[in-house]
Design a protein around this ligand. Sequence first.
Ligand code: SIN
Ligand code: FE2
Length: 226
Amino acid sequence: MMRNDDTPITLDLFADQAPITPGQVEQIGQQSFVLRGFALPWLDRLLPALENVLQAAPFRQMVTPGGFTMSVALTSCGVLGWTTDRSGYRYTADDPQTGHPWPDMPHVFRELAQAAAREARFEHFEPDACLINRYVPGARMSLHQDKNERSLTAPVVSLSLGLPAVFQFGGFERSDKSQRIPLFHGDIAVWGGVDRLRYHGVLPLKPGEHPRLGAQRINLTFRMAG
Ligand code: SIN
Ligand code: FE2
């Protein structure tokens, strides 16, 4: 699934964008940031750990309480994993598919998430949940708030891998206008504190082929859930 060749690719989807430099930090809210390329130096350690997690807890498509199958496939690692079914959204200690605990959160995941939180001025971030989303072309995530966690001020740390996507970052009402922010392989978005309950989502993924991850985008979100 993952390849070892890091050939840069250009995508006409973002051709009219100013070039983005790894190391650049963009402030997108009072306590929200995009850390460009922050994860790139970590990926040789992180991707093999991700493969192990995916072997233990493969991606699956879940059903919303309203009865719709999500276009994004999900899995989790950590003490708690986010799930949805007909009875609602919640965190569980066990993978409902196997009845066993979710795989442990690899050390490298936790270290990276903490380093990113610190870079965004959130100290003492102790993630206990890592939700892993897979987008294939056409998959999207409609505007929502993350609010199933016990702490609603601790940040969400969100790592993008693979194909680029357009992240929508809105206000506190679903109808508020949202910013459209392209997220690339290795970028990390962090939002917390006063911005923690902002609506956000992902526009339908455009087709493409990423040199390392193929025709998909994988997003990891770290949270203090329990
Ligand atoms: C999410 O809101 O859980 C996912 C965000 C993303 O895929 O970038
Ligand atoms: Fe979310």
